[in-house]
Design a protein around this ligand. Structure first.
Ligand code: AMP
Ligand code: MN
Ligand code: MN
Ligand code: MN
Length: 287
């Protein structure tokens, strides 16, 4: 397989095992239809879908890298770290992710209590109806409930009015440590990648701190072309990848046909001057 930067790789998406609405099997078919050649399913804090994704990729003739997207607390904010090409049966990453997921149910109950204070009742039970994996109740499930129950007209409105810092239903939460998330991925033979760096609203100083600390712990990659970036950010983070000597990644961050702006496999390719993360993971690809 030709592992050059222009490969149609989609290394970031979500299934019903976290906050997506499609099964791993349906995502594999959709990736194939979208022209994807190398795929990864990166459910939040969860690798329970990997065995199904590997089989579904093979059934559709897609090359596959194992994946996850780990929620990390860094400098008082939430940062997402994508892991690619790790051994999904390594006990340390399985246990680390299990512990990371553990706080989600109590957090969701607190979120529902916050919403009840502004007159929105039954949000915990409401959100649960949208959950495919009881271990992984997320803000996305609350957002779907708030829209379908008529409290908001769409998902972006939910995040503007609720569930974000300073708004009703927001609950601060302590996720994994950056060092641990990068360590779990790396020690299982994979590569850690900073997800959608343009989304954090960091100052240049904060972003420098994130990247240098991430690299000090063994992190090696950064998402450049993602559904969460503007075209200007594709250019900006291509420069960042070169400046720091980071491997570049590409992924749609697809969640749902009705909600996601960017479909699997439809983003522009990585700039040809970058070294893609998949060039360093050739031996970890499932064919
Ligand atoms: P959680 O891990 O429970 O904090 O939920 C985070 C998820 O909420 C993200 O992975 C996105 O899928 C979704 N999300 C966060 N912010 C927004 C937003 N502004 N618009 C749409 N979805 C969002
Ligand atoms: Mn999500
Ligand atoms: Mn993310
Ligand atoms: Mn994501």
């Amino acid at each position: 397989m030709n592992l050059d930067p222009t490969l149609n790789a989609d290394l970031h998406c979500h299934s019903v095992i976290s906050d997506g609405t499609l099964t791993p099997e349906a995502l594999a078919e959709r990736a194939k239809a979208g022209g994807v050649a190398l795929w990864s399913l990166t459910d939040h804090d969860e690798i329970g879908g990997q065995t199904r994704a590997i089989a579904a990729a093979r059934a559709n003739g897609l090359a596959y890298l194992t994946g996850t997207e780990i929620s990390v607390s860094f400098a008082g904010r939430v940062v997402h770290i994508v892991g690619l090409g790790f051994d999904h049966e390594a006990p340390e990453i399985i246990e680390g992710l299990r512990a990371t997921r553990g706080g989600r149910e109590p957090r969701a109950r607190e979120m529902a209590a916050g919403l009840a204070e502004v007159g929105i009742h039954g949000a915990f039970e409401g959100a649960l109806k949208y959950v495919g994996n009881p271990d992984l109740i997320s803000r996305t499930h609350f957002a779907r409930f708030l829209v379908d129950a008529g409290h908001c007209s769409d998902i972006p409105e939910v995040f503007r009015r609720f569930l974000t810092e300073g708004k009703p239903g927001f609950v601060p939460h302590k996720w994994a440590a950056l060092k641990d998330a990068v360590g779990w991925i790396s020690r299982a033979g994979g590569i850690a990648v900073i997800a959608h760096p343009g989304r954090y609203g960091f100052t240049p100083t904060e972003e420098y701190a994130l990247i240098t600390e991430f690299m000090a712990h063994g992190g090696r990659g950064i998402e450049v072309v993602t559904g969460s970036h503007t075209p200007a950010e594709f250019v900006q983070y291509a420069d960042t990848a070169i400046e720091f000597g980071l491997l570049a990644s590409r992924g749609s961050d697809f969640h749902c046909p009705e909600e996601s702006r960017i479909d699997l496999g439809t983003l522009p390719p990585l700039p040809a001057k970058l070294t893609p993360v998949w060039a360093e993971l050739a031996g970890r690809i499932h064919h």
